[in-house]
Write a protein that binds this ligand. Structure first.
Ligand code: SAJ
Length: 442
């Protein structure tokens, strides 16, 4: 049976075959990077459409992803990267990376259905001595308590004997996928120290930053903790922004001066809410690892951030009231539907929450987003005849809006900026009734 030492040798000389399960933002990026580094990579995804696009050498991800489309095209053309919907194509793989979604349900409990399904599908085809690495973000304990038994049952192999297992969480951010993969430190958790070392050997071929070997639960905690900490810091910024609104200050100036106080304080930026596949749910994954513990800071932060789209709706209501209008019966244009700037990723988009809320209050909502296929188009045409416009995402296109032209397109010039892209004096000069998140006195 091949040992971990044999595998490490194949990883160093790049003769190992790498499988990737789940060809989303993470799987495509790591698969293409490993293929670019010289490995033969086999990617598997359940979506026939995604596999068809990739097999043609195109990158199916929306948004600006420097270097990725070119890399995908090159590695598909050179046949270093092949893709399939069949897990049987992983039979030759020495390493299988698992990058499937790990969402939470309505009760905020982790749903590991996709992870379990991936284990069930790859188990029967795994070769002796294969190494499985979970890249998906999971609750502390999941690799050992969920993945190991699922793989052992499906593969009829024992972890640590005929099969090796670890967790090395991805840290990718849409817009910087390749850059993040290559330049951010990598945590490699193994069910044994030897496994962690083999995982580190793999990532050393594509990562130009520190690589830390550890155990699985530490790796699980590191990833869920860093995203939870980010959520908590954003929640504080969001509360501070609302205090600025009430006290007549400008959050951006307060932020700059607080940051200037020294290296110990770093304020994040208040905004329309926290979206994406990771930050809104990773706090629940973290807490799921310690069910007997009653957390307070983490749950309060989630509540603050989840409420931000409603706060934006309140700003819209106040601005409309100045024109003696109400949300009910108004046509409201929402600019930006992705969860972050210059990305077409709409997962947990705060704009979706805002649109639902406004519609629930009787508004006719129209949406524009240059990065989301369903909402592309001329922004001035899209907002035509609306009673108010809300900027929900700081896309470059919205930073460069022609405000007088925007005002002329509306039936009443009401503008709400929930992402700090419009200056108050510019909005006023264009004739808008204007409200901005985090800015008092507007
Ligand atoms: N946001 C704010 N204010 C901020 C920063 C972000 O309101 O100061 C909002 C954004 O608008 C967005 C949401 O938070 O709606 C999440 O954005 P994000 O910038 O935190 O990044 P993500 O979700 O794209 O990626 C995060 C990253 N984690 C960290 O920065 C700690 C990334 O490194 C992870 O790999 C990714 O989650 C993931 O997959 O877990």
């Amino acid at each position: 049976m091949p040992t971990l030492d044999d595998l490490s040798t194949k990883l160093r000389d790049k003769t190992a075959v790498i499988g990737v399960v789940g060809l989303g933002y993470v799987g495509i990026t790591v698969g293409a990077a490993l293929a670019g580094a010289g490995f033969r990579v086999v990617g598997v995804d359940l979506s026939e459409e995604r596999v068809r696009v990739l097999a043609a050498g195109a990158c199916p991800l929306e948004g600006i992803e420097p270097g990725l489309a070119e890399l995908v095209e090159a590695v598909v053309r050179s046949e270093r990267l092949s893709v399939s919907t069949a897990h049987a194509s992983l039979a030759q793989a020495d390493v299988v990376l698992v990058a499937v979604e790990t969402p939470v349900d309505a009760a905020r409990r982790p749903r590991f259905d996709a992870l379990r399904a991936a284990c069930a599908a790859i188990g029967p085809v795994l070769r002796e001595g294969a190494l499985v690495v979970v890249e998906s973000t999971v609750s502390p304990g999941t690799t050992t308590n969920v993945v190991a038994p699922a793989l052992e049952a499906a593969a009829s192999k024992r972890v640590g004997e005929t099969l090796f297992l670890g967790h090395s969480p991805e840290r990718l951010m849409p817009g910087k996928l390749l850059l993040n993969l290559r330049t951010l430190p990598r945590v490699c958790g193994g069910t044994t120290p030897e496994t962690a070392r083999a995982i580190a050997t793999l990532y050393r071929t594509i990562v130009e930053a520190e690589i830390e070997e550890t155990d699985c639960v530490t790796a699980e905690l590191v990833k869920t903790a860093e995203n939870t900490y980010r959520d908590v810091k954003i929640a504080f910024a969001n509360e501070l922004a609302q205090i600025c609104e009430q006290t007549g200050a400008d959050f951006r100036r307060v932020q700059r001066l607080v940051d200037g106080s020294g290296p110990l304080v770093g304020l994040l930026t208040a905004g329309a809410g926290v979206g994406g596949h990771c930050i809104p749910k990773d706090p629940w994954l973290l807490l799921d690892g310690a069910p007997g513990f009653s957390a307070r800071v983490v749950t309060a932060a989630r509540a603050v951030n989840d409420r931000m789209p409603l706060h934006v709706a309140d700003l819209v209501e106040r601005a409309l009231a100045e024109r003696e209008q109400t949300i009910a019966g108004s046509k409201i244009a929402v600019l930006g539907y992705g969860y972050r700037e210059n990305s077409g990723d709409v997962r947990n988009s705060p704009s979706e929450a805002l649109a639902l809320h406004l519609r629930g209050r009787g508004a006719d909502v129209v949406i524009h987003d240059p990065w989301v296929r369903a909402h592309k188009g001329d922004v001035y045409g899209r907002v035509c005849g609306a009673n108010a416009v809300v900027v929900m995402v700081a896309h470059d296109e919205y930073r460069a809006l022609d405000l007088p032209k925007l005002a002329r397109a509306l039936s009443t010039p009401v503008l709400v900026d929930a992402r700090h892209v419009v200056e108050t004096q510019d909005a006023r000069a264009a004739g808008f009734v204007f409200r901005a998140l985090g800015r008092g006195g507007t």
